[in-house]
Ligand binder design. Structure first.
Ligand code: GTR
Length: 390
């Protein structure tokens, strides 16, 4: 197809590879001297990371919502899972104390009893009930039985419980505690930063849970959740695996390609996801001081999995692949292998992993399917050495 329709904008945009402008990407490593001793380079990367995080905060996602001074966790309900022998479902409430007041939200943990499992934290932007798929045929998104059978646990929260996914109401969640009244400052946090704050609090609250090994944690999300997963991985180094499913514009896809959804479109349609400053670059994306390969680089040397869907042209699959491979200088600096710009984009249905990075493009539309999850679980089992005898 030569045009694609945006769900929210209901306008058709042209998607033609030959209309992608020529562009120069901002550097991943900046001034780092590649001849310097290894430990100096490592220190220089740590500094560079801080600089890049600041540029992303100032221009894209807004300033961080502070970590709470106190966090309380309450288990509200525990029930066995009929679909998984020995599986449990725990509904929990987290209450965070911040300078401006308290904020609480709920999440659900699915885990196997009598073992400590590595954890997926999932930003769920589909099902506010966070329900287990028991008694229903699995149609995508959260295949609890497969996750548990693979030896992992999953904690899932609904993004709107942390910041409502709505332009009129997004300030009513945790942002009500941190944002002053009135128009948002140019670098004020948007909903994505609030959601990613929520993901980090879920991880905090599971650090000493008997069924969870919080030292082995992944962050996963789809679409707007995938954008949030990358931003969470960039900010919170406790996540050793960062999974972005069909994250598209302002997720893994390079903004400078302006293919499918553009910064101009997203910063207006979903202005509340971002800081107001992003709109300044809507019609001059070449001047945007960041691009999304740098966001992926901020996760190095941890593991990153970027996934696309063949029919999801709105999200720019090629741009998502290029976002990943252009992050490679950061992995290389740290001495890790990764996919890089000399690699060819894989064909449909052929996942590829090199070192810390993985990618696949699945046939079909914008969605998080069981097949996607099977690939993530395979890579996670490998990274975390699940099922191997020590
Ligand atoms: C769309 C938006 C995308 C993507 C998607 C989703 O409307 O244009 O950037 O985030 O929503 O979250 O499903």
């Amino acid at each position: 197809p030569e045009t694609v329709r945006g769900y929210a904008t209901r306008t058709d945009v042209e998607v033609r590879e030959d209309h992608v402008p020529s562009y120069t990407l901002p550097e991943v490593l900046g001034e780092i001297d590649r001849q310097a001793p290894k430990d100096e380079q490592q220190q220089a990367w740590n500094d560079r990371r801080e600089t890049l995080l600041d540029v992303f905060r100032n221009n894209a996602y807004g300033q961080a919502v502070p970590a709470p001074t106190k966090l309380e966790v309450e288990t509200i309900e525990v029930a066995p899972l009929a679909s998984v022998p020995g599986g449990v479902r725990e509904r929990r409430r987290v209450t965070a104390t911040l300078e401006g007041g308290e904020f609480d939200f709920e999440y659900v943990l699915y885990a196997k009893q009598s073992q400590q499992s590595p954890l997926f934290v999932m930003i769920n932007n589909r099902d506010p009930e966070l329900s287990s798929p028991e008694g229903e045929e699995f149609i995508g998104f959260l295949p609890v039985p497969e996750i548990l059978k693979a030896g992992c646990a999953v904690a899932v929260f609904h993004h709107s419980h942390v910041a409502p996914d709505n332009p009129e109401h997004f300030r009513e969640g945790v942002l009500s505690v941190v944002l002053p009244e009135g128009p948002r400052a140019a670098d004020a946090p948007g909903a994505i930063t609030a959601w990613s704050w929520g993901a980090s609090r879920v991880l905090d609250s599971l650090s000493d849970h008997p069924l969870v090994d919080a030292e082995r944690a992944a962050i996963i999300g789809h679409s707007r959740g995938g954008k949030t997963a990358l931003w969470t991985g960039a900010c919170d180094p406790r996540f050793s695996l960062v999974i972005s499913n069909n994250s598209g514009c302002m997720g893994a896809a390079l903004s400078r390609r302006a293919y499918g959804e553009t910064v101009n479109i997203i910063s207006r349609t979903f202005d509340y996801w971002f800081c107001p400053q992003l709109q300044e670059y809507g019609d001059r994306v070449a001047e945007l001081p960041i691009d999304q390969h740098q966001l992926i680089a901020l996760c190095a040397p941890r593991n990153v999995y970027v996934a696309s869907a063949g029919d999801d042209l709105w999200a720019d699959p090629r741009g998502e692949w290029l976002g990943l491979v252009n992050a490679s200088p950061a992995f290389e600096l740290i001495g890790s292998e990764s996919l890089d710009t000399s690699d060819t984009m894989p064909v449909l249905g052929q996942p590829v992993t090199r070192g810390c990075t993985s990618y696949h493009i699945r046939p079909g539309r914008h969605n998080l399917t069981l097949w996607d999850w099977q690939q993530y679980l395979r890579v996670a089992r490998d990274i975390w050495k699940i099922g191997e005898t020590p």
